[in-house]
Design a protein around this ligand. Structure first.
Ligand SMILES: C[C@](O)(CO)[C@H](O)COP(=O)(O)OP(=O)(O)OC[C@H]1O[C@@H](n2ccc(N)nc2=O)[C@H](O)[C@@H]1O
Ligand SMILES: Nc1ncnc2c1ncn2[C@@H]1O[C@H](COP(=O)(O)OP(=O)(O)OP(=O)(O)O)[C@@H](O)[C@H]1O
Length: 308
């Protein structure tokens, strides 16, 4: 019998998330600067007669076990392309917060694709895998690629970015998640309410910040901190006002930058070194403004197979 195959996939933080106007297809054009960070999910694929999902980890209860699970959808998409039955047991060891704005579900989809491709011997090309990823979700191609990258279009059109060093991060994980579509809707609502409008004609085309790209290239945390931005942050704060206290607690503890991660509600804090990150993490844990605190660094590689 074929041996089980395990893929390890990182979470992401968006160091810049510039959101353009609402497109006719319901998505928004982005300038999305992704950084893969060292929180990982592991997806293990074992040969089985039918498709089955199991999940372990603190947030396991919030993850769907049916065909809506992104890992299951990825397996089905690969099997369909190759005209085979998606017979596989996918076990997800979940360490990335669920619905936290860190692309946890996307990580599981990318991991399932890689693991199933190896298990079934479908030998998909990199382009085919990227294609399937983009079909399944805007963040999923980046989960496969990792490192640092600029995402254009709805975030799926990636250009790898050079980074000149390691950046140290603290993540404050909130109680409960935020729905990504709801946060984009709130962003549009706030734009309409301000009188500026939310359509493609009303909002400037999103562009990557040259200062931010320079800071990444130089590995300069202070310069990166000055350049980070997230257009979804006002919407996440509007839906979850308590995040303001979390952001303040991290800033008061000396974080170089404090921002909502993607669609939130996880908050991300940039620190100058691992010691500073630990001090920010300790202060956040003591502040009572979040459920858990994690420290890590990035960039790290994207999805890859590991020895189980
Ligand atoms: C917030 C981010 O995580 C930043 O990286 C992503 O933009 C979200 O990516 P994702 O979770 O992979 O999102 P998808 O599954 O592709 O889309 C979910 C929903 O989010 C909204 N959405 C997503 C991406 C995008 N560029 N514009 C959008 O408006 C749409 O309402 C869409 O129906
Ligand atoms: N494998 C999966 N892991 C977690 N959630 C999943 C998975 N598959 C489907 N979901 C559903 O997707 C929702 C969003 O989960 P996810 O953890 O990907 O959010 P997120 O990290 O905020 O996403 P993003 O940062 O890409 O916007 C969950 O509430 C859950 O119902």
């Amino acid at each position: 019998m074929t041996r089980p195959v395990t893929a390890r996939v990182p979470a992401k933080v968006n160091v810049q998330l510039a959101v353009g106007g609402l497109r006719p297809d319901g998505f928004h054009d982005l300038a999305n600067v992704f950084l893969a960070v060292g929180l990982h999910d592991e997806v293990t694929a074992t040969a089985a007669d039918t498709l089955r999902i199991t999940v372990e980890g603190a947030d396991a209860g919030q993850v769907p076990l049916d065909h809506t699970n992104l890992a299951a959808r990825a397996a089905v998409a690969l099997a369909e392309r190759h005209g085979i039955t998606p017979g596989v047991h996918l076990h997800i060891a979940k360490d990335i917060p669920v619905a936290g704005g860190m692309a946890g579900g996307s990580a599981d989809a990318a991991g399932a694709l890689l693991a199933c491709d190896a298990l079934w011997g479908t030998k998909a090309t990199r382009d085919e895998l990227l294609d399937i990823c983009a079909d399944l979700g805007s963040d999923i191609p980046f989960s496969l690629v990792g490192g640092a990258a600029l995402g254009r279009g709805r975030g799926e059109l990636l250009t790898p970015l050079e980074t000149g060093g390691t950046f140290h991060w603290v993540f404050a994980v909130a109680d409960g998640g935020l729905s990504t579509p709801a946060v984009y809707r709130e962003c549009d609502r706030l734009r309409e309410a301000s009188g500026a409008g939310a359509g493609a004609a009303d909002v400037p085309d999103p562009e990557p910040s040259p200062a931010l790209l320079d800071a990444l290239r130089a590995g300069d945390a202070t310069a990166l901190a000055a350049a980070v931005s997230n257009d979804l942050q006002p919407a996440a704060l509007s839906l979850r006002p308590a995040l303001a206290a979390t952001l303040r607690a991290g800033a008061d503890a000396g974080a170089l930058a404090s921002l909502v991660s993607g669609s939130g509600p996880t908050c991300a804090f940039l620190a100058k070194d691992p010691e500073a990150a630990q001090a920010v993490a300790d202060a956040l844990a003591a502040s009572g403004t979040c459920r858990t605190v994690r420290t890590t660094s990035g960039p790290v590689p994207g999805a890859r197979l590991v020895d189980a």
